[in-house]
Write a protein that binds this ligand. Structure first.
Ligand code: PGA
Length: 257
């Protein structure tokens, strides 16, 4: 292991989420006009709960923040309950003071999806780039919807979801048949340009992907392994997600509570 990724291990998912939320709160206080990269899925829900709590207690404000989400399903509009725009409104945006026009989620129902992807990249650039990016990781090692085989230099584009991802995400839909087959996703190249990245993973189902991302060579079979090639990446894990890491990696990790 010769990469620079910092690993922090919390006892349980709640402590991991609180730690990530505190890192975000600290960054927002330091730079109130920060550009945040945000994620959806089961993992960040608790992080957003903590952030809403800090906002409600007057400890942080999102008034000057700009946000960019990682991805959106193709074909789902903002009012669809499984769309990521809807998820963000329900879990975060509706409860904080971020101006709606400063929140960005890729448009999954754009007439011209290719142009929408280019516009999204341009908007990130115009905002000065992403300062702090939150990531989850798929059981197959994907980051955003960059599935195994993705290019490390990829930019925002329409991608096909793998069966593994469709099955994993079917828990949010009625059945696997209801899960869209395509999504708009930030590319790995775009993600790697973020100034700081926090990847959060909890639960046994992520242990294999986490170990592969941290301990194998950076290569397309594990999109998250490309995070080894950039600076300022922190993995925040719970014990379950860290259980397949080697002893040497665990010894180098920071234990948090
Ligand atoms: P999850 O998804 O947080 O719902 O496990 C993470 C991901 O697929 O990136």
């Amino acid at each position: 292991m010769n990469h620079k990724i910092e690993i922090r291990i919390a006892e349980d998912p709640k402590f991991a989420a609180k730690h990530v939320a505190l890192e975000f709160a600290k960054a927002i206080r330091k730079n109130p006009s920060i550009v945040l990269g945000l994620a959806t899925g089961g993992t960040p829900v608790e992080v957003y709960r903590f952030l809403v709590d800090y906002y409600q207690k007057g400890e942080i404000s999102f008034e000057q923040c700009t946000t960019f989400n990682l991805d959106e399903y193709v074909g789902l509009g903002p009012k669809h309950e499984q769309s990521y725009r809807y998820f963000m409104q329900q879990n975060l945006f509706n409860h904080i003071d971020v101006p709606e026009e400063k929140t960005h989620v890729p448009d999954g129902i754009a007439q011209d999806l290719k142009k929408a992807c280019q516009d999204y990249e341009a908007a990130i650039k115009a905002a000065g780039g992403i300062d702090l990016q939150l990531l989850g990781i798929g059981e197959n090692g994907h980051i955003a919807f960059n599935e195994p085989g993705s290019d490390a230099r990829g930019r925002t584009e329409v991608v096909e979801l793998t069966e593994n991802t469709i099955t994993a995400n079917s828990r949010f839909f009625g059945s696997t048949d209801d899960v869209p087959r395509k999504a708009v996703s930030l590319g790995i190249g775009t993600i790697l340009e973020a100034k700081e990245i926090i990847l959060m993973a909890t639960g046994e189902s992520k242990a294999k992907a986490v170990a592969r991302a941290l301990e194998g060579e950076p290569c397309g079979d594990s999109p998250a392994s490309f995070l080894q090639t950039t600076n300022k990446v922190i993995f925040v894990l719970d014990l379950a997600a860290s259980q397949l890491l080697s002893e040497a990696t665990c010894q180098a990790a920071i234990q948090i509570s």
